[in-house]
Design a protein around this ligand. Structure first.
Ligand code: ADP
Ligand code: GLC
Length: 483
């Protein structure tokens, strides 16, 4: 049994802004099921919700400040959670990273810098809890300084850094390095410095013993200039220590057979009941209730990454087709306004909800016929997997985890029962529109559509295999560092 300290800035159901939370909520549980001794460490945000007891565990002193560590559990699980409780930094309402206007909190470097310092103290067992991890597994830039700081320690645990999204790097002015009291040893272009900025993500990419990302295709993509944002050279240099492990999904939370948020539960053998969810979804979005019309759904952060601009370019042609479109999302105000305008113009065809609504997301997965995900890049993506499990056919661009988890519908994949979606190549509205037209042709052939739905629902997206890959990686690393 290995001791693993799992470091994250979000984990569902404690706190969530996106897929990072889904993964960091469910992977630790899957590792615990493989009999590993795993603890999760996360900042104690005001918005963090736990249904379990919370108790004081210990106090840590860094930079003349006392920081309390509280202990709780992941709801409905045995996974222990350590909460880094520093109210001056984390006791604000709302989002962990940005203020109510969508601007990053002005002290993010100090907030996550302190978080990383505390993680290192706990990882070195300096609170004398008699629990020192073998592995410290960090996720995304908010935990990037942990491998860097640990590299300065002797007798340290092994470190893994998982990239969930290269587009977010935690870049701050160079003066921040002094503000955070970072050792001069770390401050050079081969270390944390990136074009005269302090880069949190480089802490993970340079100093972690091993780097993973959340799909094999994205692991290759980030070694190219298009997806590497100037860090492709570093990643290429470290490619021997870089690999992709595809995310799984939480099969209990995303299960059409038991989902409490949908109008009617169903399985692969009672697929005809899915139409009740479609009717409920049309009602909720004030669209005409009609079982025959193909219903497109989309749930997303409304940002460039997700190809929202491509959808906006396609909508004028889509409204000429027999279809409906529902969207749930928030993010870039420009996209929110443009989408709202289209919905106001075509209320019988397009309906949108701006906001964040976990239960509505479940109903869309269950009620839509087709799920749109034309991402420009997608490290893994979870909604295309949720969609397939709900028999909702995803239309995706061939990138990152979308390429790794959706099988295009072609004569060959139909005959070998793997066809589970529509995949297109180019990031252009023309290519997306062609894919949409191809989807509508397939939708009009009920036997073929049903075959695709069944293939999709039968796919295995469980965490088991991926958690075993992480475990094999940990074992390898321990062999390696003990030599
Ligand atoms: P990313 O992490 O890049 O946003 P993913 O596909 O990995 O993309 O995960 C997104 C997660 O966030 C999914 O669980 C999705 O259902 C959820 N989500 C995104 N936007 C919303 C929203 N507006 N309301 C509810 N859930 C949302
Ligand atoms: C990021 C990526 C997304 C991935 C998620 C979880 O937010 O954008 O593709 O699924 O992390 O790994």
């Amino acid at each position: 049994m290995k001791k693993i300290l799992f470091v994250t800035s979000e984990a569902h159901p404690l706190i969530k802004t996106g897929g990072l939370a889904d993964v960091c909520g469910s992977l630790p549980k899957a590792l615990a099921e493989l009999s590993q001794d795993i603890k999760l460490i996360i900042p104690n945000y005001q918005a963090l919700k736990t249904s379990e007891n919370v108790r004081f565990l210990c106090s840590i002193r860094v930079d003349n400040r006392n920081i309390n560590i509280l202990e709780t559990r992941m709801p409905d699980s045995h996974v222990i959670v350590w909460l880094v409780d520093y109210p001056a930094y984390f006791n604000y309402p709302g989002n962990p990273y940005v203020d109510e206007l969508g601007e990053p909190w002005s002290n993010n470097a100090e907030r996550f810098g302190l978080f990383c310092r505390i993680v290192v103290e706990m990882a070195m067992d300096r609170a004398n809890l008699d629990w020192k991890p073998d592995i410290v597994h960090c996720n995304d830039w908010q935990s990037g300084l942990v491998p860097a700081l640990l590299s300065l320690e002797s007798n340290r645990p092994s470190t893994v850094f998982t990239i969930h999204n290269m587009a977010y790097q935690g870049l701050f002015p160079a003066s921040t390095a002094a503000l955070l009291n970072l050792s001069g040893q770390l401050w050079n272009p081969a270390g944390l410095e990136f074009h005269e900025m302090l880069s949190f993500i480089k802490g993970g990419l340079v100093y972690a013993d091993h780097i993973t990302t959340v799909s094999p295709t994205y692991a290759l993509e980030i070694q190219t200039p298009e997806f590497g944002y100037g860090l492709e050279g570093l990643l290429d240099h470290r490619k021997e220590f870089l690999g992709g492990i595809i995310n799984g999904i939480d099969l209990d939370q995303w299960n059409p057979e038991t989902d409490p948020f949908i109008a009617q539960n169903y399985t692969v053998t009672t697929l005809n009941k899915k139409r009740l969810n479609k009717a409920e979804l049309q009602t909720r979005f004030a669209l005409p209730v009609n079982d025959c019309v193909p219903l497109f759904g989309l749930i997303s952060r409304l940002v460039e990454q997700k190809g929202i601009d491509l959808i906006l370019e396609c909508l004028p042609e889509m409204i000429a087709m027999d279809m409906q479109f529902v969207l749930l999302g928030n993010g870039d105000k420009k996209f929110e306004k443009q989408l709202q305008k289209m919905a106001d113009l075509y209320p019988d065809k397009i309906s949108i909800t701006i906001g964040y609504d976990e239960s509505l997301a479940h109903l869309i997965e269950a009620g839509a016929d087709i799920f749109l995900m034309p991402s420009r890049f997608e490290p893994c993506g979870l909604n295309q997997m949720y969609s397939q499990r709900y028999g909702t056919i995803p239309v995706v661009r061939k990138t990152g985890g979308l390429a790794d988890t959706v099988t295009d519908t072609l004569p060959g994949s139909l005959s070998n029962h793997t066809a589970s979606g529509i995949v297109f190549n180019e990031a252009s509205s023309g290519a997306l529109l062609e894919a949409i037209k191809r989807t509508l042709v397939l939708y009009s052939i009920p036997d073929t559509w049903k075959k695709m739905q069944i293939n999709a629902m039968k796919k295995d997206f469980s965490w088991q295999r991926s958690a075993e890959q992480y475990l094999a990686l940990y074992e390898n690393l321990l062999g390696y560092t003990q030599e």
